[in-house]
Write a protein that binds this ligand. Structure first.
Ligand SMILES: Cc1cc2nc3c(=O)[nH]c(=O)nc-3n(C[C@H](O)[C@H](O)[C@H](O)COP(=O)(O)OP(=O)(O)OC[C@H]3O[C@@H](n4cnc5c(N)ncnc54)[C@H](O)[C@@H]3O)c2cc1C
Length: 216
């Protein structure tokens, strides 16, 4: 919604195609054609691939992928955490926890390596149970009150140096804005500035750090 509003209110108008997946990118004489899941063709001079942890359109092995598991409890208004701090341990696999505004706990982690693309529902269910047990251990006084009301899992991409892949790829005029790593949101902000500077020919010391062609 936020992105949609940004684009709709931008001073120079662009087309926005919602619920449209780019399946394939092909080079043409003058640029590129991006082919959608509806087989529509979008012609352009440059491409920015900003597909989050869907890595289908970039080279394999640039970004590794794990699967991260999350549970969300019922509201527990009596449970207090000092300053509503984010809590994270340094175990392997790790866990993190945060109180939501409606007093539910979001508790996640237990990452597993993603072998291929498919999420294994059996493994996911085991992980949700494990998260629930660990959470009850953390708050023994609340163990009989804690219920899991939502659970989900998804991909989590990372690089060896924990920086995103932002800038021109090894394919001329194809740019990546892949904001992987534990600080993905910060990478995304840095990325917007990096791409802006690259397109307007300004120097930016972050360009080599985030370059998709850097050696890690
Ligand atoms: C479990 C988990 C915990 C995280 N915790 C943190 C944290 O604590 N701190 C932090 O900084 N970051 C964290 N991150 C990372 C952060 O969420 C991401 O880095 C950030 O959301 C990336 O933003 P983005 O706009 O690049 O991609 P996204 O928000 O993923 O957007 C990508 C968009 O591209 C679309 N798309 C995908 N493929 C295609 C295609 N082929 N064609 C067209 N559209 C496509 C998707 O539908 C999506 O709308 C976490 C991520 C996960 C999964």
């Amino acid at each position: 919604m936020f992105t949609k509003q940004l684009i709709e209110n931008a001073p120079n108008k662009h087309n926005l195609f919602e619920n449209t997946k780019i399946d394939k990118i092909e080079r043409t004489e003058n640029g590129f054609v991006a082919i959608t899941n509806f087989k529509e063709r979008i012609y352009c001079k440059k491409i920015v691939i900003a597909t989050g942890y869907n890595l289908d359109l970039i080279e394999q092995n640039l970004c590794m992928c794990d699967i991260s598991y999350t549970i969300i409890t019922n509201p527990l208004p009596e449970l207090k955490i000092k300053n509503n701090a984010l809590v994270q341990d340094d175990k392997e696999p790790y866990h993190y926890m945060r109180l939501l505004p409606d007093a539910r706990i979001i508790f996640g982690g237990e990452d597993t390596a993603s072998k291929g693309k498919n999420i294994d529902e059996k493994v996911a269910k085991k992980k949700y149970r494990k998260l629930y047990k660990d959470l009850c251990k953390m708050f023994p006084d609340f163990a009989d009150k804690i219920r899991v009301e939502y659970s989900f899992c998804g991909y989590f991409g990372w690089t060896d140096d924990n920086l995103g892949l932002i800038g021109e790829s090894k394919f001329k005029d194809i740019y990546y804005m892949i904001s992987c790593g534990a600080n993905g949101v910060i990478n995304a902000f840095a990325g917007a500035k990096i791409l802006l500077d690259l397109f307007s020919g300004k120097e930016n010391p972050l360009i080599p750090l985030f370059s998709p062609t850097r050696e890690t």
